[in-house]
Design a protein around this ligand. Structure first.
Ligand SMILES: CC(C)(COP(=O)(O)OP(=O)(O)OC[C@H]1O[C@@H](n2cnc3c(N)ncnc32)[C@H](O)[C@@H]1OP(=O)(O)O)[C@@H](O)C(=O)NCCC(=O)NCCS
Length: 216
């Protein structure tokens, strides 16, 4: 028997003797879905705001956004209906991310986007941003704009990856006087701009529908 076959046979014998580790499961995956944010989500939105922004919006602001502002559109990311987390049934929050924009004619102004801290770094923010752009585009937006803190490098990278460019500054814009950078994504209605973003959105939708690794 050659050295390789000898090695293989002793490995297989060793394998046979190993107990099956029933308590060892792979990473838990949770299929995700995007849908409209509703009033029943607002308590969870308050939790997400607190852990995401130095000056969180209030419940009253969100309530008014959802009930009185006809220009507003909000989307959320949560576990997809169905079995949810496979494997050992870890608890998954009903709201993992949310974001929204206001429509002013052909301009959509993104007013908020946030992902629960434990769920960041899984492309959920990018997926939600692309979903907001898809919805805005469907509603006639040609340009997307937003403000972002000059120190928010993760968000700046997220927006730049989607094609946003810096178009201006707002000095001391935030309550704590930090400056805002104004970013814009132009010509969203053109296929040359939207085509690659749509492809990425579709690819991410497939991946997220299959499931992302749950934290913990
Ligand atoms: C900004 C924010 C929404 C981004 O959400 P997110 O889900 O973490 O975003 P993504 O996962 O799409 O991208 C974030 C980073 O994770 C990385 N990433 C994405 N998928 C990953 C994966 N599977 N494994 C490891 N890293 C990954 C991305 O490359 C990106 O890193 P980079 O910035 O170094 O390139 C989130 O950080 C957040 O909620 N921040 C607080 C609120 C806020 O600042 N909102 C913006 C206001 S303008």
């Amino acid at each position: 028997m050659g050295a390789f076959r000898q090695g293989l046979s002793s490995y297989l014998n060793w394998k046979k003797k190993q107990p099956i580790a029933r308590d060892r499961v792979g990473p838990q995956t949770c299929p995700l879905a995007i849908g409209p944010l509703t009033l029943t989500d607002l308590e969870s939105v308050m939790e997400l705001e607190k852990v995401s922004f130095p000056s969180p919006w209030t419940l009253a602001t969100y309530h008014s956004e959802l009930t009185r502002n006809s220009r507003s559109r909000y989307l959320k990311v949560g576990p997809a209906p169905g079995p949810g987390v496979r494997a050992m049934g870890a608890a998954v929050p009903a709201l993992i991310a949310q974001g929204g924009f206001m429509l002013f004619g052909a301009e959509m102004h993104i007013v908020t986007i946030a992902v629960l801290p434990d769920w960041r770094g899984r492309s959920i923010g990018e997926w939600l941003l692309l979903a907001l752009l898809a919805l805005g585009r469907e509603e006639g937006a040609h340009t997307a704009t937003l403000e972002v803190r000059v120190s928010n490098e993760v968000a700046l990278r997220l927006y730049r990856r989607a094609g946003f460019e810096a178009v201006g500054y707002r000095r001391r814009y935030y309550p704590d006087k930090e400056d805002a950078r104004i970013l814009a994504l132009e010509a969203l209605h053109r296929e040359s701009v939207w085509g690659p973003l749509r492809e990425r959105f579709e690819a991410l939708s497939v991946l997220m529908g299959r499931g992302v690794e749950a934290p913990g």
